[in-house]
Design a protein. Structure first.
Length: 203
């Protein structure tokens, strides 16, 4: 187990394969299914909103990851690769829209702004959109894995939540910060008040 990473990482389920979580590189293959070896995590992403949010949540919960390789074919209309690159470069506006993204609905609505800013500070994006040659991608994975140093902050608060009697069993699965909880199945974030009432802020 790596001390920089919770033993139940990654916290959010998705279409990915886990490698050595102590390595400094994550790979997103967009709409392509590529057999890439040597990274901490490799998976697809086909949407410019929920898919991107899940990538952010899983990366910021592992400070070992310092590089995100974006490769493979774009998902038509959604353009999640463009959304990831734009999110890292520009952030989000007051409405949660990814600044400069060209997809149909490039909104970050289920993560707080602090999570987005942590993502932008923690990683560098390696833009290899359109590349599907696994050997070429693995060479880049090996290069960046060799120079990556862990991010000098603890994992962003993404931990298993113990259900309280105020919440239906299975409703809320993880925490994304103080009083912010995530329903993994619905990908909805809930805020708790001082009275422990639950209010949905996204779906």
């Amino acid at each position: 187990m790596d001390d920089n990473c919770h033993d139940d990482w990654p916290p959010v389920r998705g279409d990915y394969r886990i490698g050595d979580r102590g390595r400094g590189v994550a790979v997103v293959t967009l709409a392509s299914r590529l057999d890439i070896r040597g990274a901490a995590i490799v998976g697809t992403c086909k949407t410019e909103n929920l898919g991107v949010e899940k990538i952010v949540a899983n990366i910021i919960s592992n400070p070992n990851i310092r590089y995100l390789i974006v490769c493979g074919a774009e998902s038509r209309g959604h353009l999640p690769g463009d959304a990831i690159v734009s999110l890292h470069r520009n952030g989000i506006d007051e409405s949660g829209r990814i600044i400069g993204a060209a997809g149909a609905i490039p909104f970050i609505q289920n993560l707080q702004r602090e999570a987005v800013e942590r993502f932008r500070r923690q990683i560098d994006v390696v833009d290899m959109r359109g590349v599907e040659d696994a050997a070429e991608i693995e060479r880049i994975v090996d290069h960046y894995s060799g120079i990556a140093e862990p991010f000098p902050e603890p994992p962003f608060e993404v931990v298993k939540k113990t259900h309280s009697s105020m919440v239906q069993p299975g409703d809320l699965d993880i925490s994304l910060g103080p009083d912010v909880y995530l329903d993994v199945e619905a990908w909805a974030v809930f805020l708790t008040t001082q009275k422990q009432h639950m209010t949905s802020v996204g779906a």
